[in-house]
Every structure is written in structure tokens, then in C-alpha cells.
Design a protein around this ligand. Structure first.
Ligand code: PEP
Ligand code: MN
Length: 338
């Protein structure tokens, strides 16, 4: 259940409420919004305890959360959650946040070149993996630890936010100082120890939907991060496995409005891993923006034909610049900026 706190309640009143919740044997999860503060309450409830809380000063009302994802549910924050990413960028508000970059970081030169044109075209976040989850152990696994100094250098030199995949719980500490957003990949959506570790970290987390996961599964995965106290969770639709062979996965565009109805968390779309081919990426970006996505995660490479990973789905510099220009009117039509 969620305790909706009266507008204007003092910090002392809120603290008393939190203490009471704990005293009754529940785990309180205060969520401070710009307009409303709520306290999500996890634990088995009795009518008697609910009534006790209802009569506390500062309580506007108590809303039961019937869904299994208690903290991610829309009812916790009907107005939606806007998340600070850093450097003045927020997601979940008016701006559609463009995150773009190579699948894998290959060298400082390659990453700087891509970072420069991504930033110049209006990208807010630069992506790039140093730990790559590959289906075959014989394929390039990323620069791994050797990529850490490159992340640090490019982040400082370009003054841009970075998102990078964290492959295991150990990576959370390893990458903490050099990235702004942790990415949990499709294969790791139900890696519960990784989710928990990211939940303990004070960094936004993008959770990509498992390629065979339902939206319910995705929200329960998000719950693992939220329950540890990390409120900055972003959901990502990146295509699911179907029988179609014309593209790598099938972009489930319905997931965008459906997730937004189910949850207060921001939702982004990765059209690149859905498509597996660069030619249809721009159309999928437009569809995502039209469907209400709060951001995009796009693969781009300065020389896609030479890319060590996922070159076929990477748009080149020119196509990326064109995409940014073409997306603007779509964002505008959706009442957003880019
Ligand atoms: C990636 O973003 O490069 C990636 C591996 O994505 P996914 O986990 O969606 O396959
Ligand atoms: Mn990739």
C-alpha cells in the first residue's frame, strides 16, 4: 500500500509517519516528489494496522497496491517519475532523451570520434560497452578493464553523460566512477544479484527487457532495484524474440504505452537491437517517440562496416545527424522536445 502524504506536511510529520510504519513491522519506502510525497509500505498488513496509519497526522489517504510490483506500480506516483541523470539532464519529463553511441568501445579514438558527433547532433548521453555479453565465447568480449580509462577520458573530454553495460555485480564497483548510468542487458534482466547490487548503488539504472520476458517480469526486475532504495530506474524495450526473421527481434511498440500505464518509471526504446539492421532504425525511433517513449538508445558507429560488434545495426554519422533532425517534428507533435 501507499500512504499519500498531505501537501505541505512538514518533514517532522513525514518522519513520524515513516517511524510508525517501521514500528508496525513494515518496511517504509519514502518517495519524495516535487508536489507529493508518498510512503510505500511493504509487508503483510492487517486492517487494524492500516487504520492506525490512517489516523496519523499528515496522512491524506492510503491506496492499496494490488500489483506484485509494489514500488514500480503507477499508483505509487500517478504523475510519473522524472529522474535526474546528471549534468542537468532529466528523463521522464518533456525532453525525449537521446542516448547513442557504439555497441562496443574499440579504442579511445573511435569512442571520441563517435562521442563528438553524437554530442554535436544533440545526443544527451553517450552509450558504449566495455563488457559485452556475447552469445559465443569466441567473439570479441569488449575491452573489459582496459576500457575503463577510455570511459574516464571521453567523459571528461566531452563533458557528456555515459551509459555502459554492467555485466555482473563486481562491475558495479569497478565502473562506478566512470559511468553515469548503468545498463542491465536483456540477458541479465533476471540476474537478481546484479539487480540488487545496482539497487544499492547511487546511479540511475536502465533495465532492458529480457528477450522472452513479459512486461510483468520486467517490472518485477525493476522492483529488485527499487526495493534496495535506488529510485532511479528506467525501463527499456529492445525487442522480443518472435518467429519473424527479417529483423533480429520484434520491437514491441505496445510495450511503451502499456508500461507507462502500469508503472510510473520512465520508458525508453532501443530500436537497434530490435532491428538488427540500420535501415529501419529511423522509422522505429519515430514510432517510439509517437508511442510516448521518454528516450531512445541507438547504436551508431563512425565506420559501421568495420565495427567489431553489431555493425549491421549501427547508423553512421550522417544517418545519425539526419535522424536527429527528422525526429524533432515527431517529438514536437508528441508534445515533447528532443
Ligand atoms: C547492447 O546494448 O549492446 C546490448 C547487448 O543490448 P541487449 O542487452 O538489449 O542485447
Ligand atoms: Mn549491441
Amino acid at each position: 500500500m501507499v500512504i499519500v502524504v498531505k501537501t505541505g506536511a512538514t518533514q517532522e510529520v513525514v518522519q513520524n509517519l515513516i517511524d510508525k510504519v517501521a514500528e508496525l513491522g513494515f518496511t517504509p519506502h519514502p518517495i519524495y516528489g516535487v508536489e507529493k510525497t508518498v510512503v510505500a509500505v511493504i509487508g503483510d498488513k492487517t486492517q487494524e494496522k492500516i487504520e492506525m496509519l490512517e489516523s496519523m497526522p499528515g496522512v491524506e489517504r492510503i491506496v492499496p497496491i494490488l500489483q506484485p510490483y509494489k514500488l514500480a506500480a503507477r499508483d505509487v506516483r500517478p504523475e510519473g517519475t522524472e529522474i535526474e541523470l546528471g549534468r542537468g539532464v532529466t528523463i521522464g519529463g518533456k525532453r525525449v532523451v537521446m542516448m547513442a553511441g557504439p555497441c562496443a568501445i574499440e579504442s579511445a579514438d573511435q569512442y571520441l570520434t563517435i562521442g563528438r558527433y553524437v554530442k554535436q547532433a544533440g545526443g544527451a548521453v553517450l552509450r558504449g560497452g566495455i563488457f559485452k555479453p556475447r552469445t559465443s565465447p569466441h567473439d570479441f568480449q569488449g575491452l573489459r578493464e582496459d576500457g575503463l580509462p577510455i570511459l574516464r577520458q571521453v567523459r571528461e573530454e566531452l563533458d557528456i553523460l555515459l551509459i555502459s553495460e554492467v555485466l555482473d555485480p563486481r562491475g558495479v564497483e569497478l565502473m562506478y566512477d566512470v559511468v553515469d548510468i548503468f545498463q542491465i542487458g536483456t540477458r541479465n534482466m533476471q540476474n537478481f544479484s546484479l539487480l540488487t547490487e545496482c539497487g544499492k548503488a547511487d546511479k540511475p539504472v536502465v533495465i532492458k527487457r529480457g528477450m522472452c520476458a513479459t512486461l510483468d517480469d520486467l517490472l518485477k526486475a525493476a522492483e529488485y532495484v527499487l526495493v534496495e532504495g535506488n529510485r532511479r530506474v528506467i525501463l527499456c524495450e529492445r525487442g522480443v524474440r518472435t518467429f519473424e526473421t527479417q529483423y533480429r527481434n520484434t520491437l514491441d511498440i505496445s510495450a511503451v504505452p502499456a508500461l507507462k500505464a502500469m508503472s510510473h518509471l520512465p520508458v525508453i526504446v532501443d530500436p537497434s537491437h530490435a532491428a538488427g539492421r540500420s535501415d529501419i532504425v529511423p522509422a522505429l525511433c519515430k514510432a517510439a517517440v509517437a508511442a510516448g517513449a521518454d528516450g531512445l538508445l541507438v547504436e551508431t558507429h563512425c565506420a559501421p562496416q568495420e565495427a567489431l560488434v553489431d555493425g549491421s545495426q549501427a547508423v553512421d554519422a550522417g544517418a545519425f545527424q539526419e535522424l536527429m533532425a527528422d525526429l524533432k517534428p515527431f517529438a514536437q507533435a508528441a508534445g515533447r522536445t528532443l
